[in-house]
Ligand binder design. Structure first.
Ligand SMILES: [Zn+2]
Length: 193
């Protein structure tokens, strides 16, 4: 068993509430994480950092290297676990969108499209140069997600505006303009059949 207290710490965060703890308290917290104590339970301790702070400490690479992988896995914060959870959300939203489309429920379809878009953007932000198996699966799915996003944009001007803003913020002005042109073309066809 490795002694965490004597290990070196990598990339400590200056503004991180866990890194700012007294060294013995910080080590205690890290040992508990490695022993499988949940983030929410640790955050309830007196004077303990918030859940957000602890999660940030774990994902920010501040943990001693020899326990990092174990803690990431135990807390479900490893990239594969997170990506697959987000993918599940995207899939559920897509199923909802299909049902809503069949029922001609525009409000529900717009909501589903919005959820799916959020999940899609989160996945895009999450992807790194080392694509994992689940990320490859996501690539295959993104075409279907894009179709559903277009459908939602066509049916709801607010959703269309949200998607366009997200694309512009991500630096994809060209795609945002294409979507805008697509939506206005469809709308004009609907007004003047
Ligand atoms: Zn930290």
């Amino acid at each position: 068993m490795t002694d965490i207290a004597t290990s070196t710490t990598r990339r400590p965060g200056r503004a991180c509430n866990v890194c700012l703890l007294a060294p013995n308290l910080r080590t205690q917290l890290e040992q508990q994480l490695a022993a499988g104590v949940s983030i929410s339970r640790l955050s309830r301790g007196r004077g303990a950092p918030s859940r957000h702070s602890i999660a940030r400490h774990i994902r920010g690479g501040h943990l001693p290297q020899q326990i990092e992988e174990r803690v990431l896995r135990l807390t479900g914060l490893d990239s594969v676990a997170v990506a697959s959870r987000v993918l599940d959300i995207a899939r559920r939203a897509r199923t909802s969108a299909l049902v809503a489309e069949e029922q001609n429920n525009h409000a529900a379809l717009a909501r589903a499209g919005d959820s799916e878009l959020r999940a899609l953007l989160a996945l895009v932000a999450m992807r790194g140069p080392d694509a994992t198996e689940s990320e490859i699966e996501i690539d295959a799915d993104s075409r279907e997600i894009a179709k559903a996003v277009f459908t939602a944009a066509r049916l709801d001007a607010h959703v269309a505006a949200t998607i366009q803003a997200a694309l512009r913020n991500a630096g994809h002005v060209h795609i945002a303009d294409e979507l805008s042109a697509f939506v206005s073309r469809i709308s004009s066809q609907e007004i003047h059949p």
